[in-house]
Design a protein around this ligand. Structure first.
Ligand SMILES: [Zn+2]
Length: 468
């Protein structure tokens, strides 16, 4: 078992995981007011693959990713859609599950919904009110920020720079502008509400996560994760609530950088590949996963058609390696260069094994996926050049790719892996159309249909949709 270290946002230091017990990981999930976008997929992919790696090393991870299914944005989006907010949230939760299922990484160990944990949330707010860390005002309940001396320690902000980002209407109910809502009184126009000692209403966003993390993982769990945009106020507030209530909280804070879709980079033709489902339709799951682990999780990651095309090329390089390896299988009598030179095979180090060790060491060292993937491509290059035996590289590369959720690339010609091949065909069809060779374009469209894909032309350009 490797020592796995993660750089903790709170201390700024690398911290080793305790291998002796369960490694509880709580990662903030989506607020389901729309289909999720590629930025929401990053924490899902990072924490799913991180948990998979920990399991392979002999740790016992338990990954919890919550769903925020009651919220102002959900009320607004449901009203705009002319749908009851509860139904709307259920529909969007199903869409989230479908979209993330398509990543092929399995499900987290638990995916609690806020609306299913109201009792735990109300109990935690009750503890904060009775200990003087929170107060009722006009049917709302607010956290008294000045009552928690360590407030600001996670985000390292001065209180003058803090803005809770809450609606202006609540200002008159607060003792201080810095305070934030734990419970919001029911308002006209909101079509859901729950009973509480402070009257009917619904929980605030921050308290949901404090209550759900403790309900699923107990106090003092190993890792709290989420996007770096959540450090303030969301995580600062979670930490304050839980510690003020006398509950030790996360031991390590692990934040992923943002996906950057800068206006300039997102041309019209990129359209809504910003949505995870569209990116999956267009590029296939392996390219999406490969893209999302192409940068270090803590760093921002640029997103656009160019980055996705690069991911497709990398994925195809791996798929082709395995396709060629299958062809050469069956004993062409591969001879290693060291044997050709008469060198001793016994005494030379085993390059695939040392690459595998370096790959795992990179993942253990603050989950450095780009460094790990560099080992993958180094080994592919060595095998292609004949510096190492293909037969000895294949099992090592298979283990590496399975660890990062790309194991399907090692079975290049099985049904579900048609996505990238289909993508290539779509590009060829575009070229044919640009050359006004409509006969050929139609022939490619028919070939795609035979593979189960439909090309849909839209104002944003063509995209692939699985045929119903
Ligand atoms: Zn959260």
């Amino acid at each position: 078992m490797r020592e796995v270290r993660i750089r903790d946002t709170l201390s700024g230091e690398p911290r080793a995981l305790d291998p002796s017990g369960e490694v509880g990981i709580y990662a903030c999930g989506p607020t389901v007011y729309s289909r999720i976008h590629i930025g929401n997929a990053r924490p899902f992919v990072v924490f799913s693959i991180f948990a998979r790696f920990l399991r392979s090393e002999g740790y016992r991870p338990r990954l919890v990713v919550n769903v925020t299914d009651v919220n102002d944005k959900i009320y607004a989006a449901a009203a705009a859609a002319g749908e009851p907010s509860g139904e709307f949230a259920r529909r969007m939760t199903r869409a989230y599950l479908e979209d993330t299922d398509r990543l092929g990484l399995g499900r987290p160990d638990a995916e609690p919904l806020a609306t299913e944990k109201i009792a735990a949330i109300v109990a935690l707010i009750g503890d904060l009110v009775s200990s003087g860390h929170a107060y009722e005002s006009g049917g709302d309940v607010y956290f008294r920020v000045r009552s928690f001396g360590d407030y600001g320690k996670l985000s390292n902000r001065r209180t003058e720079e803090m803005d809770q980002g809450e609606e202006a209407g609540s200002a008159s109910l607060k003792e201080e502008a810095l305070d934030f809502a734990l419970w919001k009184a029911h308002k006209p126009g909101e079509d859901t509400k729950w009973d509480s000692p402070w009257g009917p209403g619904r929980p605030g966003w921050h308290i949901e996560c404090s209550a759900m993390a403790e309900a699923e993982l107990g106090a003092a769990f190993a890792i709290h994760g989420g996007g770096s945009d959540l450090v303030f106020p969301h995580h600062e507030n979670e930490l304050a609530q839980s510690e003020a209530a006398g509950r030790p909280f996360a031991q390590i804070w692990m934040h992923n950088g943002m996906i950057e879709t800068g206006a300039a980079k997102m041309s019209k033709s990129d359209g809504n590949i910003f949505q995870l489902s569209e990116a999956l339709d267009r590029y296939g799951r392996e390219a999406v996963v490969a893209y999302l682990i192409s940068g270090h999780y803590r760093q921002p990651l640029a997103f656009g058609a160019e980055q996705m095309d690069e991911a497709v090329v990398r994925v195809e390089r791996l798929r082709n390696f395995f396709r060629e390896s299958q062809v050469s299988e069956g004993g062409s009598g591969e001879v290693s260069p060291s044997q050709q030179r008469g060198g001793s095979v016994e005494t030379s180090p085993d390059p695939p094994a040392s690459r595998l060790a370096a790959f795992k060491d990179a993942l253990a060292d603050d989950f450095n996926t780009p460094r790990a993937m560099a080992e993958v491509f180094e080994l592919v290059g060595e095998a292609n050049r004949g510096d190492v035996l293909r037969a000895s590289a294949v099992p090592v590369l298979t283990e590496m790719l399975e660890l990062v959720g790309l194991g399907t690339l090692t079975q290049p010609d099985e049904g579900a892996e048609a996505d990238s091949a289909a993508h290539e065909l779509m590009v060829k069809r575009e070229e044919a159309r640009a050359a006004r060779d409509f006969e050929r374009a139609d022939a490619i469209r028919d070939e795609l249909a035979g593979r189960g894909w439909e090309v849909r032309d839209s104002a944003d350009g063509p995209r692939l949709v699985p045929k119903a």
